[in-house]
Design a protein around this ligand. Structure first.
Ligand SMILES: C[S@@+](CC[C@H](N)C(=O)[O-])C[C@H]1O[C@@H](n2cnc3c(N)ncnc32)[C@H](O)[C@@H]1O
Length: 230
């Protein structure tokens, strides 16, 4: 039996409270997300899902295994910035923060205000806005970020309306310059559903061919990582 401490960016009262809650049984059949997710944060996620199932689009935060696949070989140079769409409770942010040349190079755009509050506690050095990814160009400009090299995306595209899907893709098109990269994931079971296919088709029209990872099985549910480059 192995234990994994939950990692906060800086020690705080909140971190101390969490740490007591987080020693997790690992490899004992618990959900992969529970490797790193304190129980009360999992509850925040489930409550948000119960309120807005279509918007949250997942029954649990992504696993560390999926997060590692998502940021695999990602490098950021000084002066380059990264946007995260839909960071949720921070499964990907946890790894992204270690890649940043500077904390100001990151902006997280999350629609659910309770997640934004949680993210600000969990990553006090990073910036988050409670808004929609559709507004990404204006939000990035307001944050002083002009050279966006990477967008990491946790949005549940397959369960978003066509209007929102298109608006986010348009925002992405405006925000990502030459050499830019977009990484997201899609669940294996939903990969061939019409909204998922429609989304990939539209993305390919705008950004060209994409790369698909092997299925990441240690995630609930299993998922592929998709990458588009300009
Ligand atoms: C499937 S969850 C993923 C959360 C996290 N990235 C993860 O993998 O655990 C989707 C997240 O996208 C957020 N979201 C949905 N629509 C959004 C939008 N238009 N703009 C910004 N965030 C949005 C939801 O509130 C939720 O936190």
């Amino acid at each position: 039996m192995r234990f994994r401490p939950y990692r906060y960016s800086q020690p705080s009262r909140n971190a101390a409270t969490c740490r007591e809650d987080v020693y997790r049984y690992y490899d004992t059949g618990l959900m992969p997300q529970e490797e790193t997710m304190p129980r009360h944060e999992m509850m925040t996620f489930w409550r948000a899902w119960a309120r807005h199932p279509g918007q949250v689009g997942a029954i649990a935060p992504s696993s560390t295994t999926l997060a590692k696949e998502l940021v695999r070989n990602l490098r950021l140079n000084a002066g380059e910035a990264i946007l995260e769409f839909g960071p949720g409770t921070g499964s990907f942010t946890e790894l992204i923060q270690d890649l940043l040349p500077d904390p100001s190079a990151y902006l997280g755009i999350e629609r659910e205000p309770q997640f934004v509050a949680l993210l600000r506690r969990r990553f006090p050095r990073l910036r988050f806005v409670a808004s929609s990814a559709e507004q990404a160009p204006d939000l990035a400009a307001n944050a002083g970020l002009d050279k966006i090299r990477v967008v990491i995306c946790g949005l549940p595209f397959a369960s978003l309306s066509t209007v929102v899907q298109n608006a986010v893709i348009d925002a992405l098109d405006r925000v990502l310059g030459p050499g830019g990269e977009f990484r997201t994931f899609q669940y294996v079971h939903a990969f061939l559903l019409p909204p998922a296919i429609r989304y990939r088709r539209r993305m390919c029209q705008v950004f060209g061919a994409h790369r698909r990872s092997h299925p990441v099985l240690r995630n609930l549910p299993p998922a592929y990582v998709l990458t588009w480059r300009r």
